[in-house]
Ligand binder design. Structure first.
Ligand SMILES: [Zn+2]
Length: 420
């Protein structure tokens, strides 16, 4: 097999211009200072822990809260005090740490839920009630009128105790917009500080979500938070769309932990805000890696190899054309520097490697792989990679090299004998 020509030398200028018209995205977009600042509301400790089979110990919850505070999130949704026992105790412990961050708790439209939250000392509550027909009819078995009266009663109760209140419209994305507006108005009139638009089953798409948030904000004038789920793989895109539509708060979880396919991932949302949109966000990006790794460990949900932002192999490059670009100028194939999120770039050698990366890899070991030896070694590499169905370990690579060099030496000796 001939070595793939992975360089673009000789390719016509017009082709390059076509491909490279856009400036490289490795620099964060220039912040749009006119854009409203986005506030991050983290719900790893509440919606994240609601993932089937995930439980944090009390100490783990406290540690996650500490790390979120270090990361600079606006609010931590710490739990559900109405559950009593350990949950109440942990929420109180997090409040008592005085982390310099607002602590929110989750409540139903039930006065005793809110009282349990007040007993924990939180400074804010989110009060959730379904607004969609399917939930009102089949889960609550109530009416729209009951939903409106209940949210007003609960919000008013929380406000008399001086709490910050988020009124959560559960299943908002499957709620007729007219009723959603009515619900938001009712919550606003009772004193709510913001509306949480919940895409509870991940059913919304970015275009409609942006439109709905825009309409709601104009109609009601209440600040909006978007809370999205990942059932169709659109949680982060939907959150970003909601923010573009005028929402000021993003509800997220670390690693996208959450029910079913999970929630919008904190690390994806903050990095997309910075790099893709250039919207200012108060966040300490150095905390991404420690936070994601700690939550992965505590939740027993490993970070996958291809997970955006923190995946274990997202900065590994193998394909010839890609590594050629990365070796010349990393920004050609990396949208941001691995160092920014505590990642490490690696050139791996496998089936799709080209001669340039192979020589660069050997140079790392202090070996100068000659031009004429590259192709035969590469052929062996490809044969092994197919056989093993993976890229090669460094020691395997060295073994291939040693065997090849020994074979070449024998051939040289034989050739000399013959010529004598
Ligand atoms: Zn949720």
């Amino acid at each position: 097999m001939a070595e793939l020509d992975v360089s673009y030398e000789g390719v016509s200028d017009s082709w390059e211009t076509e491909l490279h018209r856009e400036p490289g995205p490795a620099e964060a977009r220039q912040p749009d200072e006119a854009a409203e600042r986005v506030q991050i509301v983290d719900t790893t400790l509440r919606d994240g822990e609601q993932t089937a089979g995930v439980v944090f110990t009390n100490d783990e919850k406290v540690e996650i809260a500490r790390m979120l505070a270090d990361a600079g999130v606006f609010q931590i949704e710490a739990g559900v005090p109405a559950m009593g026992g350990d949950e109440q105790e942990t929420v109180s412990r997090i409040v008592d740490l005085d982390l310099g961050v607002r602590i929110l708790s989750w409540n139903r439209v039930v006065i005793s839920d809110i009282d349990a939250s007040i007993n924990c000392g939180v400074d804010g509550v989110c009060i959730g009630v379904p607004t969609s027909d399917v939930h009102i009819k089949h889960k609550l078995r109530r009416s729209e009128k009951w939903v409106l009266e209940s949210i007003q009663r609960a919000v008013a109760h929380a406000k008399t105790h001086g709490l910050y209140v988020s009124a959560n419209a559960e299943d908002a994305s499957r709620t007729p917009l007219e009723f959603l507006i009515e619900f938001a108005q009712a919550a606003r009139d009772a004193g709510a500080d913001r509306l949480r638009y919940c895409d509870t089953v991940g059913f919304q798409h970015p275009f409609r979500l942006a439109d709905e948030v825009h309409t709601l904000k104009n109609a009601v004038g209440l600040p909006i938070e978007v809370h999205t789920h990942n059932d169709f793989g659109m949680a982060t895109a939907n959150t970003i769309a909601g923010l573009r539509g005028g929402a000021a708060f993003a509800s997220v979880t670390v690693n996208g932990l959450g029910e079913r396919a999970g929630n919008a991932a904190l690390e994806e949302v903050v990095m997309a805000l910075k790099y893709v949109l250039g919207i200012p966000v108060d966040f300490n990006f150095d905390m991404i890696r420690p936070l994601c790794e700690y939550v992965a460990e505590a939740s027993g949900r490993e970070i996958g190899p291809s997970k955006p932002i923190v995946g274990t192999r997202i900065f590994y490059h193998e394909a010839g054309t890609v590594t050629d670009g990365v070796l010349k100028f990393p920004e050609t194939h990396e949208p941001f520097s691995p160092a920014e999120v505590g990642g490490v770039r690696q050139i791996t050698i496998g089936k799709h490697s080209g001669g340039h990366s192979l020589r660069a890899k050997f140079a790392e070991f202090g070996i100068h792989l000659r031009e004429q030896d590259t192709e035969p070694v590469l052929e062996e590499v490809r044969r092994y990679a197919v056989e093993l169905k993976r890229d090669l370990f460094e020691k395997e690579l060295m073994q291939i090299y040693r065997v090849y060099m020994a074979q070449r030496a024998r051939e040289d000796v034989a050739a000399r004998r013959e010529s004598k």
